[in-house]
Design a protein around this ligand. Structure first.
Ligand code: FVH
Length: 266
């Protein structure tokens, strides 16, 4: 009995298949470019139809929404009755439109957002956001749990994508901040590796709960928050960047914060 079929064997599709097989699931895989299943221990389907017809859940993990549409459109007639879990990254609108299209062809859609990278799939920290009908989630969750903790975020099929993209913006914002910090240290001749290990990481870890609890520190610790002091601090940071000749575009996110601080202080 096939438990899961996976459409897409890129870095993520292979990691998903590997984690499911490791947990004892029967897995069928399909990839546009054949031959990528070697060494996985999965059954390789020769067509998308064959993978869907193998039964169980069909998990789609392709490059983007356009590639999902391109892959599923030719097999639209085969979708009736399929439980289809889309773990391809996309926007909330794309997820809602895809879910509507799948339902229109008689499939039961569950939308997902993978909060893991290939090496962390199946590890303790990994989790997967799902949105769509709760009863389908309840059936799919035990089968897909080996990928990462299943976390349902609502019946709206757009919510998994929404939270996924929002969480990614948080991560990329931090990443831009870390890039800026390292560039500054490098520009002034500091020891980048020591700075990363002994200063940046412990500092960001200490501040993380504040950053997450409120996008603005003022919402988290109002009694310690003095907008004039924060604005002066940001001005100093920008001046330090200018002094070091670090390009202004890296500090762009700080200039936006400064504007907000000035408004709060006024
Ligand atoms: N890898 C990661 O760190 C992130 C973590 C969070 C979630 N993302 C999303 O997962 C989706 C797949 O990402 P991936 O890492 O597997 O990506 P690739 O290794 O580049 O593999 C892409 C697969 O998509 C197939 N593909 C591309 N275009 C088409 C198409 N037009 N029709 C059918 N299949 C297509 C490609 O097939 P092939 O090139 O081997 O024939 C790969 O199977 C993605 O949404 C991430 O945002 C991963």
């Amino acid at each position: 009995m096939n438990d899961v079929s996976i459409l897409g064997l890129g870095a993520m599709g292979r990691a998903l298949a590997g984690a499911l097989i490791h947990a004892g699931r029967e897995v069928t895989v399909w990839n546009r470019t054949p031959g990528r299943a070697s060494g996985l221990g999965a059954r390789e389907a020769s067509s998308v139809e064959e993978a869907i017809e193998a039964g169980g859940l069909t998990v789609v993990c392709l490059l983007d929404d356009a590639s999902v549409r391109e892959t599923l459109a030719p097999v639209a007639r085969e979708l009736a009755g399929a439980d289809l879990v889309n773990l391809t990254s996309g926007s909330a609108r794309q997820a809602r439109e895809l879910a509507g299209w799948l339902e229109g062809h008689g499939a039961r859609p569950l939308a997902g957002g993978i909060m893991a990278v290939p090496p962390t799939v199946g590890t303790d920290g990994a989790f997967i956001l799902y949105s769509g009908e709760r009863d389908l989630f309840d059936r799919a969750a035990p089968v897909l749990a080996p990928l990462g903790r299943p976390h349902w975020v609502g019946a709206d099929p757009g919510f998994a994508a929404l939270y996924d993209m929002a969480a990614l913006s948080g991560m990329y914002g931090m990443s831009a901040g870390a890039d800026h910090a390292v560039t500054l240290v490098q520009a002034e001749g500091g020891d980048v590796e020591t700075f990363r290990r002994e200063v940046l990481q412990p500092w960001m870890e200490q501040m993380l709960p504040f950053m997450v609890a409120g996008a603005d520190v003022s919402e988290t610790v109002p009694e310690e928050y003095n907008p004039a002091m924060q604005a002066a601090g940001l001005r100093t940071m920008l001046a330090a960047s200018d002094e070091a000749g670090v390009p202004a575009d890296l500090a762009g996110h700080l200039r936006a914060s400064l504007w907000r601080m000035r408004r709060a202080a006024a």
